[in-house]
Design a protein around this ligand. Structure first.
Ligand code: NAD
Length: 243
């Protein structure tokens, strides 16, 4: 796959999965733009890749349109968008009192940002003659995590959105897909990391997701949700009985 001459935007690319996919997109030849709340981290990753860093909060409806405008002005086009920024766990169980501010923040990053990012990117991708949007969802977008119903809610939402937007935008030569990894060794795991390590649970690596991103960009069809094995081998989830 050769992305020479193409421009790719990665949200949440300051660290974790997004930094790995940004590195992969750069390795494939793309000019990479990182949008992240963590300005220092975004600048660090972008500098490593000779890319562009844009500091911003993706829950702000203005951030993604402004980023796309800046990208077209400075780099001339937009071809690939990895909507990856996300937050882990909301409340742990439904018996806990709902922390409304935390819940709204979770929905803001995991769901609203995907909508704002898609709406901002589509006109630019059309101007480029087509393009690809990949959303980092989660296995929690396909299966229930009983210990985290709110995270499950947000990730099911974006898998549904990818399926619908994928079908709607295919006519414009724009492919929308979702990546649905299980647990990945990043800061997002927080304290759970120690529990996984204690039982030698085989975590995915950020590089596995970068490998899956490359596969979905190469072979993904509109609206597909891809599951990922350790090592990065990935393929579309089969939604039983429904198109
Ligand atoms: P991470 O915490 O390492 O990285 C998340 C990045 O998003 C950070 O750089 C952070 O600064 C950025 N971010 C958070 N809120 C933001 C905001 N409001 N505006 C702009 N940037 C913001 O976590 P990660 O594991 O790399 O997560 C990336 C994505 O992968 C998320 O969508 C997450 O839900 C998903 N995911 C993670 C796992 C896992 O086990 N780590 C599993 C499945 C899916």
């Amino acid at each position: 796959m050769d992305l020479t001459g193409k421009v790719a935007l990665v949200t949440g690319g300051a660290g974790g999965i997004g930094a790995a996919t940004a590195r992969r997109l750069a390795k494939l030849g793309a000019k990479v733009v990182i949008v992240d709340l963590d300005e220092a981290g975004a600048v660090r990753t972008a500098a490593e890749l000779n890319g562009l860093a844009i500091a911003g909060d993706v829950t702000d409806p203005e951030t993604m349109p402004a980023a796309v405008k800046q990208i077209e002005e400075e780099l001339g086009r937009l071809d690939v968008v990895h909507l990856n920024a996300g937050l882990g766990g909301g409340q742990k169980g439904l018996d806990d009192a709902l922390d409304v501010a935390r819940y709204r923040r979770l929905v803001g990053v995991n769901v609203d940002h995907v909508v704002y990012g898609t709406c901002a990117a589509v006109p630019a991708l059309r101007r480029a003659g087509g393009g690809q949007i990949v959303i980092t969802a989660s296995l929690a977008g396909l299966a229930a995590m009983p210990n985290d119903p709110l995270y499950t809610l947000t990730k099911h939402a974006v898998v549904g959105y990818a399926r619908a937007a994928g079908a709607a935008l295919a006519k414009d030569n724009i492919t929308v897909t979702a990546l649905c990894p299980g647990f990945v060794d990043t800061l997002l795991l927080g304290q759970a990391k120690e529990e996984f390590d204690a039982v030698a649970f085989p975590l995915l690596t950020p590089e596995d997701i970068a490998e899956a991103l490359q596969s979905v960009l190469t072979d993904g069809n509109p609206g597909e949700a891809w599951i990922i094995q350790p090592g990065g081998q990935a393929g579309p989830y089969k939604f039983r009985g429904v198109p």
